[in-house]
Structures are given as C-alpha cells and as structure tokens.
Design a protein around this ligand. Structure first.
Ligand code: SF4
Length: 292
C-alpha cells in the first residue's frame, strides 16, 4: 500500500468532525495538512457561524480550511432543468402508496466537491483536477465515532484516498465528543444538515420553527415548491413532502406527543420520527450508497 503523502480532515462542522478539528488544534491529534468543508449552500446560520469560529481556531493552528461547493442545493432542487439534487423526499404516489425519493444530494453536494479538492491538493491539474499524479495518496480523516462503527467501510473506490477514523482510534462515542466539546466551550455545536433536509426529526423541525422563524419559513416555502417535483428525476405524478407524515410542513404533526401516546406506540420508529436520522448527514455515511 502506498504511504499517504498528506492528511486531510473531512469537516462536516457537526459534533464529531468539530471534535477532531479542535483536537488537531490543541495537539491531542497531529495536524492534518488541510480541512475541507463541503457547502451545500443551505446550512442554517448557526452552522455557518460555528464554521467561522472553527476557521479562526484552525487558522491559528496553521491548518488551512477549504470551503468547497458543487452548487446551491436549494436552488438546484427546484430547477426542473437541473440534473442533480435528488433529495430523499417523502413521496405520496398517485395510487396513495408511500414512496421515498433517492438520496443523491449527499454525494453530489458533499462527496464530489471534497474529492475534487483532494485531487487538486494532491497535484491534479486544472481545470478538471481529474488525474492525481502517480504515488500521491491522501489519508482522509473521517469523523465516525464508536456508535457509528456500522458506517465504516473497507471499500475503496479511488486509489488516491485511504480513510482513517481518529475517533475510533481514541474510542470516542458521539456523547464523549459532546462532553469534550462542552468542557472546551463548544457545547452549542449542532448537527449539520440542510435547512430543509427530509431527514430532520420532529425535534429539529420544532427547533427551526421556534428558534429560527426565517429558516422555518424558507423550509415551508421549499416544501410547497417541491410538491409536484423539482429537479430532473423527481416523480411528476406523485407528490413530494419534507415531513415523514407526507403532510405539508406548516401543518405537519411536529409537536410533542403526550406520554400516554408514547406508551401506546413502539420505540425505535418513533425515536426516528422524533430525532431524525441519528447520524445526521455525513458525506461518508450516505445511506443511498456505500461509504466512500
Ligand atoms: S443534509 Fe439532507 S438534504 Fe442536505 S445533502 Fe444531506 S441528505 Fe441531502
């Protein structure tokens, strides 16, 4: 196996990758040669503010932060002429049955620009940055914690990348990361995800509605706009929704259910409805495809 010529951190700006970034800044971990954040253009203000704060720490530690993008997911998702932006909407088919849109957004808006940047850093030439010079390999740090071990894959789809999981090496869970961040004054680090991600649970929708009215209004508007399809590939016959109930977001049942109602229902499924995808949107843990 070729020895890595550089180390890059895939920085999603959520709990786990922020922990790695700050550990690299304080010397707990060695410094990577670069950190890369893939911007879908539709993260909440809180995430961008967190990223700006991280950028200062990284800058002081001498770790370059690259913000990369493959377009604006929100704009592309409602552009009928656009090729990508296939978002995993909840779909009601014309016969009333339930369906789900394909999740390609993570790959197109996160994996693709991150890999392009890594190829560039490894010496691939402009404008396409396709071909990495022979013998150049990047060790890519990915923020999977011990509770996400199921996301680890040995599958290598490109020869210029070799993955490493610093939190697994340290035996740290997501909770450990949260505690570590809290002790250092970063306790408000949030899960990073697009404002209108269908994987939000009710808790995230409520937080958006109650604490970020403008972003909530944006998500409600977007939910209306996708009803009859968006970018190419969306079903034109069915109806698409952001909320799992397949009800318009502004009237969807996102408020808390009573204790009695909880008792009457099963645990796991409702946990998912309440909390959303527990793992958030990791570029390297996309459920629509294999980890890369
Ligand atoms: S946060 Fe949601 S909408 Fe955004 S890229 Fe990830 S899966 Fe797609």
């Amino acid at each position: 196996m070729t020895e890595p010529t550089m180390t890059v951190l895939s920085l999603g700006a959520g709990v786990q990758s922020s922990t790695i970034a700050l550990m690299a800044c304080d010397g707990t971990l060695p410094k990577p040669d670069a950190a890369i954040f893939a911007d879908t253009g539709w993260e909440p203000r809180q995430v961008y503010a967190h990223l700006d704060r991280l950028a200062v720490e990284l800058g002081q530690a001498g770790i370059p932060l690259h913000r990369v993008s493959n377009g604006n997911l929100r704009a592309d998702a409602i552009d009928p002429a656009h090729r990508y932006a296939s978002v995993p909407y909840f779909v009601r088919n014309p016969d009333g049955s339930a369906g789900m849109g394909r999740r390609q957004c993570t790959s197109e808006y996160k994996l693709v620009p991150i890999k392009r940047k890594i190829r560039e850093l490894l010496g691939a030439t402009a404008p396409a940055f396709r071909r990495v010079p022979k013998g150049r390999v990047a060790e890519q740090w990915i923020g999977f914690s011990t509770d996400e071990i199921h996301r680890v894959s040995d599958k290598l789809d490109v020869l210029y990348l070799t993955p490493r999981y610093p939190l697994l090496d340290l035996g740290m869970s997501r909770k450990d990361c949260q505690r570590w961040l809290e002790r250092r004054g970063w306790g408000d680090t949030a899960k990073s995800a697009c404002i209108g991600c269908p994987f939000h649970g009710n808790r995230q929708w409520r937080e958006l509605r109650d604490n970020s009215p403008e972003e909530w209004a944006d998500a409600v508007e977007f939910d209306r706009e996708i009803r009859k399809g968006g970018s190419r590939g969306m079903p034109l016959n069915g109806e698409a929704f952001l909320h799992s109930s397949r009800i318009p977001l502004d009237i969807a049942p996102i408020d808390k259910v009573t204790r009695g109602e909880w008792r009457d229902r099963q645990g796991d499924l409702l946990d998912l409805i309440e909390d959303g995808d527990p793992d958030g949107c990791s570029p390297y843990g996309c459920r629509s495809g294999g980890a890369a």
